[in-house]
Ligand binder design. Structure first.
Ligand SMILES: NC(=[NH2+])NCCC[C@H](N)C(=O)O
Ligand SMILES: [Mn+2]
Ligand SMILES: [Mn+2]
Length: 324
């Protein structure tokens, strides 16, 4: 058994440098409003907290990108995917933005948007880490959902339920304008992926997880072992000294803590469990990128302030804030 490792950030020469990308994209799912999350997080004081409390040197272009300039004129469903060209064009752009920060050794924080944007963030980080360090990174995916449907296994056709299949190469596509731009250097090995918090997995997804031996800790595992042991096991699977990209879907938290999200599922993590996951990742010193996605302030409006606060808390803990 491993205990919480606390080491030097060997691959983060500029650990106090943080690049922020704000992605106002909602096209990976049908509900409007998730594009407003970056502004809600920023208006709640995010950038200031990062600079003043956590002492980061923040690079941010000051814009929440809506990508309206690359909105395709027509975007019919393709292979069961809804709005495939727009999602492809946006994630391609995000991939470039994230890559540009990560290649300079900056830690990258991306604010979503729906979870389809992880196609951009993870591909950008994976490529930069390969080029800069000649290594493969690991991904910790904290979510109620596995988001590993292929276009063919998806019932909804919503691309936010598919990012992991494209990132791992379980789904591929030759059309350049529909994720065909993803190349090997953008991809992630199924062996370097760990899920935490799962509780709403589609039938086809269960089959994929099983067939590929993907490491996953469901809410059942957290109930059985406690979050402390689960984090030991999750980080043990990844191994110390591996760069980590943390992709945090706010719906991993119980709706009690994060009601304003598009696909809320009861029986989730407490805020403390979510923060603890983030703190454990921060303690490794190996975090290279963080996504915070699926906050939708226009759903359950009375709960929006709480949801944004939870999101801020997860971000701060991931980036090294400690209780003492
Ligand atoms: N990022 C998310 N919240 N994803 C929810 C996915 C829900 C469902 N599994 C689907 O494929 O549509
Ligand atoms: Mn989810
Ligand atoms: Mn998700």
């Amino acid at each position: 058994m491993t205990s919480a490792p606390s080491k030097q950030p060997k691959f983060l020469p500029a650990r106090n440098e943080l690049g922020v990308v704000a992605v106002g994209f909602s096209g990976g799912q049908p509900k409007a409003g998730v594009d407003a999350a970056p502004m809600a997080l920023i208006e709640a004081g995010l950038i200031q907290q990062l600079e003043e409390d956590l002492e980061f040197k923040v690079s941010f272009d000051g814009q929440v990108h809506s990508y309206s300039e690359i909105l395709p004129a027509d975007d019919p469903p393709y292979r069961n995917m809804k709005r495939p060209k727009f999602a492809s064009a946006v994630t391609r752009e995000v991939s470039e933005q994230v890559y540009n920060y990560a290649k300079d050794g900056k830690l990258v924080l991306t604010l979503g948007g729906d979870h389809s944007i992880a196609i951009g963030t993870i591909s950008g980080t994976a490529r930069a880490i390969r080029e800069r360090l000649g290594r493969e990174m690991a991904v910790i995916w904290v979510d109620a959902h596995a988001d590993i449907n292929t276009p063919e296994t998806s019932d909804s056709g919503n691309i936010h339920g598919m990012p992991v299949s494209f990132l791992t190469g379980l789904a591929t596509e030759t059309r350049e304008d529909v994720f065909g731009w993803l190349q090997d250097h953008h991809r992630l090995s199924t062996k370097k992926l760990v899920y935490i918090g799962l509780r709403d997995i589609d039938k086809g997804e269960k089959k994929i997880l099983k067939e590929h031996g993907i490491k996953a800790f469901s809410m059942h595992d957290i109930d059985r072992h406690g979050i402390g042991k689960v984090m030991d096991m999750a980080l043990g699977w990844i191994g110390s000294d591996t760069p980590i990209h943390l992709s945090f879907d706010i719906d991993a938290l119980d709706p009690m803590w994060a009601p304003s999200t598009g696909t809320a599922v009861r029986g989730g993590l407490t805020l403390r469990e979510g923060d603890f996951i983030a703190e454990c990742v921060a303690e490794t010193g190996s975090l290279v990128a963080l996504d915070l996605v699926e906050v939708n302030p226009s759903l359950d409006e009375q709960g929006a302030t709480d949801t944004v606060r939870s999101g801020l808390s997860i971000i701060r803990c991931s980036l090294g804030d400690t209780l003492l």
